[in-house]
Design a protein around this ligand. Structure first.
Ligand code: SF4
Length: 239
């Protein structure tokens, strides 16, 4: 090991990487693409989705490449049968519970891994109702993959607003405002960063949603303006 550099192999290719670098970044240096879902270049890696797992020789379990760091002498396999099976199963479980019709990155991964989208036909898809409680965004958590990116950019990764977090546990887990208050009553400043990082179409600008629903721009402007005016009136003259 020379100063701050460690020697390892990735998919049989000898390489050197900076000490402390993640396996994901070391693989990228070699042009090896490890698929990710919850990971985003501008968010803190949290290893939630486990799509990026890789096999490390001698390790008992698969390790998440987005947070595991390179070590001297490490032998990493990013494409073994065990790795592919794990990624495939994760995606098959996602398809059993989440509407992924607007998640092109997931679709591409699923195609590459020959995912069986009907593997768990008796699973119960999540169908929380679409939330339309403000003039700017709609939230459709039936499409949410719980990647946590929106919560992170709303907090320390960007905005320091802390408008959203999760509610519930296990199958019932969902992103929500604190105490589930409507968005305008939360600390949200409508910066749009959550929408910018959402990979699944769960968060959308309301105008985009209305356009997709077939409304014209004129209708949308009328709708959102009168909605804003109504909210302002109600705020100034509460019942
Ligand atoms: S709403 Fe979007 S960004 Fe937030 S956790 Fe769900 S999929 Fe991720």
């Amino acid at each position: 090991m020379t100063a701050n550099l460690v020697n390892l192999t990735i998919d049989g290719i000898p390489t050197q990487a900076q000490a402390g670098m993640t396996i994901l970044k070391a693989a990228q240096q070699l042009g090896i693409d490890i698929p990710t879902l919850c990971y985003h270049d501008y968010c803190t890696a949290n290893a939630l989705c486990r799509i990026c797992v890789v096999e490390v020789k001698g390790a008992r379990v698969l390790v998440p490449a987005c947070v595991a760091t390179v070590q001297e002498g490490m032998e990493v396999n990013t494409q073994s049968e065990r790795v592919q099976r794990a990624r495939r199963t994760i995606l098959e479980m996602l398809y059993s519970a989440v509407d992924l019709s607007e998640a092109p990155e997931v679709e591409a991964m699923a195609n590459a891994l020959n995912v069986d989208r009907q593997r768990f036909p008796d699973a119960e898809p999540r169908h929380p109702p679409l939330i339309d409680d403000n003039p700017m965004y709609i939230r459709d958590y039936a499409k949410c993959v719980l990647c946590w990116r929106c919560v992170q950019v709303c907090a320390e990764d960007a905005q320091y607003t802390y408008a959203i977090n999760f509610k519930g546990r296990g199958y019932e887990t969902q992103i929500s405002t604190f105490y589930e208050v409507p968005m305008p009553e939360s600390t949200c400043v409508f910066c749009g960063q959550c929408i910018g990082v959402c990979p699944s179409g769960a968060l959308k600008f309301k105008r985009q949603h209305l356009l997709e629903m077939g409304s014209t721009m004129d209708e949308i402007l009328q709708m959102t303006r009168s909605e804003r005016a109504g909210r302002r009136r109600r705020a100034e003259h509460p019942a």
